[in-house]
Design a protein around this ligand. Structure first.
Ligand code: KMH
Ligand code: ZN
Length: 286
């Protein structure tokens, strides 16, 4: 089977930390709403949900209680989606605050690989911060997803591997189009993919209208796909997506059009080396 024919892992980033209800009434805030968005995305074909949490007024939250409620509600819906919690949180949060998301039931955690401008703010990930988060992920047995926004972050990835702060299994997410990071272009995605220090599974996420283009490219290049309201609120020009599930549905259609079936959560766990699910969710074991 050629690389391009492998099943595609679709990740749904259902809320994020930045988008607001003033921009779209479909952005979920409450744990129950975020959990419902995750379950809807899974029903539409997502194998992984990338989770952030919010306070009821929409401010970003890394409170363990919020993440726990989301995870419990997702599992109460008999949903076996792979649960990935953000340790990126929002700009301005301390590393300790950001680590609040790594609750029981999480299977993956993000690992942001550098400091960067993030819109008009600065997203701080000093090297000691990265090492600390990598250490915590390893300690609690979660598979890291390395968030790469710029070329130099691949050198940091190589450094982490060389120093033994990170080892397989891990997954790489190329997030392109953040103002302050690399733009969402085919040239940039190919450059990043070629710069991976070893062959590992990777996903592409494009911000805003680039979500569609990056998804199409990743499908052709043998990568995986992330969509969802965290990165993009629109289904088409001027038409808001009524939830991340609509964006997942479109990704599924694109994937099948490219000859790639969406991977199930079980297939995703096997591909990404995730082993904690059966231990944490015995009732949902495949
Ligand atoms: N909200 C961004 C500043 C992650 O989830 O790990 C960081 C972010 C990355 O969303
Ligand atoms: Zn995120």
């Amino acid at each position: 089977m050629s690389e391009a024919m492998e099943k595609v892992i679709i990740t749904a980033a259902v809320v994020g930390a930045e988008v607001t209800r003033a921009q779209s009434p479909y952005v979920p805030y409450l744990p129950a709403e975020i959990a419902q968005a995750a379950v809807d995305a899974w029903r539409a074909g997502a194998a992984v949900v990338h989770l952030h949490a919010r306070w009821p007024d929409g401010r970003p939250s890394q409170e363990a209680a919020h993440f726990l409620e989301i995870v419990e509600r997702v599992r109460a819906a008999a949903c076996d989606v792979v649960i990935q919690c953000s340790t990126g949180g929002a700009v301005g949060m301390s590393v300790d605050e950001r680590l609040g998301s790594l609750v029981d039931g999480a299977e993956m955690g993000t690992l942001n690989l550098g400091t960067m401008n993030f819109g008009d703010d600065v997203f701080v990930n000093a090297r000691p911060d990265i090492v600390k988060i990598a250490g915590r992920l390893r300690q609690v047995g979660l598979v890291p997803e390395c968030e790469v926004y710029d070329g130099g972050m691949l050198d940091t990835l190589g450094w982490l591997l060389g120093k033994g702060h990170l080892a397989r299994p891990y997954h790489v997410q190329f997030v392109l189009g953040v103002p302050g990071g690399m733009g969402a272009s085919e040239r940039n995605l190919r450059f990043l993919r070629e710069g991976l220090p070893e062959p590992v599974p990777w996903t592409a996420a494009g911000v805003g209208r680039a979500q569609l283009e990056m998804a199409g490219l990743a499908l052709r290049m043998g990568g995986h796909v992330r969509v969802g309201l965290e990165d993009n609120l629109y289904l088409s020009k001027g038409v808001l997506a009524k939830g991340s599930s609509e964006l997942v549905e479109r990704a599924v259609t694109m994937a099948r059009g490219a000859g790639r079936e969406p991977a199930t959560p079980a297939e995703t766990r096997s591909a990404l080396g995730i082993r904690s699910f059966a231990r944490l969710s015995p009732g949902l074991r495949e």
